[in-house]
Write a protein that binds this ligand. Sequence first.
Ligand code: GDP
Length: 290
Amino acid sequence: MTIQWYPGHMAKAKRLAIEKLSMVDIVVELIDARIPQSSRNPVIDEIIGSKRRVIALNKADLADPVATREWVQTFQSQGHAAIAIDAQHQKGIRQLKELIRKEMAPVFEEQAAKGILSKNIRLMILGIPNVGKSTLINRFVGKNQAITGNKPGVTKAQRWLKIDRDFELLDTPGILWPKFEDQTIGMKLAITGAIKDDLLHMDDLALWLLEYLLERQPERIFERYRIKAAEIEQMTHPEVLLLMTERMNFGDDYDAFSERMIHDYRKGILGQYTLDEPVGEQTAGEVDGE
Ligand code: GDP
């Protein structure tokens, strides 16, 4: 799903998210493991405020595992509970639930000390479009879902999904807008599919990605798109893209090939690449991937 974001939409999304947040104990901030920095909403901290949260780096199957580990550590060092998951293939879901329980444990202990019986953990999922919110809700619920009825005082569109013995999950996620601060962030969001494809030209995306991958792991490009290091030595990136277009039997249809290349990246066919360098990895040029 893609949305065009205008200031009015942003204000409304923010208001809705804050409204939902008031109903839950804890929030799962869902981000894309390939772009852990760029897939965070710019005002997320302001929106979440002091509410408890767990940061889940989704689509870990598509990201560089080493970079993902470093990103998880970075968030942890900032004081956040963080975990990598792959909602699509049901990986890390049990661990995510455990992390949520762990984050909530002090609250329940405090309440127990006051003689208050522990209740269900109410949670919601929050993130930018296409990051995997609906997929995660489905994985959370699994097969044995039971929708509890609307409760008095709760907006009528809100439903709680009863999960396991101790969770209640809001059945609709909070949707926030992505960052649009600079061209590079826009590129990364478009390449990973977080913003509308037609906002940027496919060949611009493919060129950006080509340059990025040639710097890091050119073998994958050479092998997949039938070119050789020696023959492209003197070529500009647009020339390399055109050569790959021909080799892949796209004739001179540069745009169609560009689309194929972006598709290949999104499906993980080109390998696992993280496009946001982990913080503190300034010498990223030396990192060789797997
Ligand atoms: P939402 O807009 O945040 O609700 O995102 P969706 O749940 O609709 O997911 C967007 C796309 O990402 C879908 O094509 C999902 O199949 C895919 N997706 C979600 N989670 C994962 C994941 O962990 N790995 C991979 N490879 N794809 C995922």
